[in-house]
Design a protein around this ligand. Sequence first.
Ligand code: SF4
Length: 411
Amino acid sequence: MPAPTVREKLAILADAAKYDASCASSGADRRDSLKSGGIGSTEATGICHAYAPDGRCISLLKILLTNFCIYDCAYCINRSSSNVKRARFTIDDVVTLTLDFYRRNYIEGLFLSSGVIRSPDETMAEMVEVGRRLRLDHAFAGYIHLKTIPEASQELIEQAGLYADRLSINVELPTDEGVQRLAPEKRPQTIRRSMAGLREKLDAAAEPTLRTKQRPRFAPGGQSTQMIVGADPTPDATILKTSARLYGSYRLRRVYYSAFSPIPDSSAALPSMKPPLMREHRLYQADWMMRFYGFEEREILAGRPDGMLDLAIDPKLAWALDHRAIFPVDVNRAPRELLLRVPGLGTKAVKRILASRIHRRLRLEDVGRVCQSIAAVRPFIVAEGWSPGGTIDSERLREAVAPRARQLELF
Ligand code: SF4
């Protein structure tokens, strides 16, 4: 049989990579090849994103080095027992494709993951070499995200950090029991040890130095991880608890939630249906509450005995409806922490409220100018000349502020 062409390999290995959701690039360094004489550039806030209809990021060349794998994780289309078409790029293939696609303006960077071939170290060494050649041989200044293999040696993972903007290590599932059951060859302790090692390197790279000394650049976009949601019965409360621990212990930039996709010939241990995509969305909203609005993970689901987020309304609104006693909040007096708990007020709106109220007392119209929908905020605040009266205690408040259910369009 003739060896597959690069185009054929690309079709297989780009398709195989689509299950990985963790490809956003926030936190990358600003670089510009005008100065370095190479090619490519990246903005401080990361590259621009485009999203496919299923919500996956498509602005990076997102591929696997190979979808051959010696492991047999039950939820993975590339597991060793899976009957999928296999392919394997050479290091040169990936470097050439990245540069060619970049020059044609198709992409702004590379997201590279891989199945495990021969051994974690050999696989990781090939991924590091892709990064090294792009950065050092071709002065590539575009974005690079490398998905590391947790079982690989710490030295190799650290080398990857010299060339990548971001590194990620997947925790795979929200609980150790889930990993043991569905990915028995993976060790949750090893995954955590790799994350801890990366955190140490990232902390060291971030420490200030004397002006005359410069530390080597090390994954300026930090580390992230991905959790599969809905492959086992773990409730949202446990998922958020795991995320809170990951953010706290390993200072992750992001935890990505990826709704489980049923795969062909899958194990009987897996559900046959995928969870509603809205569940993934609500988890991202709850995650945002922890990272930007000061919520503890246990507060978010305190009013939900089943430990699941309400799919019908966003979790910040659900929390406010369950804690009406603290509302309405006076926008002219409340501290920042309290303003951040008002449904419909984000960090930017709160910042503008705090800056404006130094000069004058704010009216409802002033708040309307800094938020997206004053109708959503109005029942929860007091402003100059405005009080919601008894609205906050109304039984119909949820109905009044919840977004109307609408039929999804087919086209
Ligand atoms: S190690 Fe990665 S590629 Fe291999 S089966 Fe597990 S999840 Fe899939």
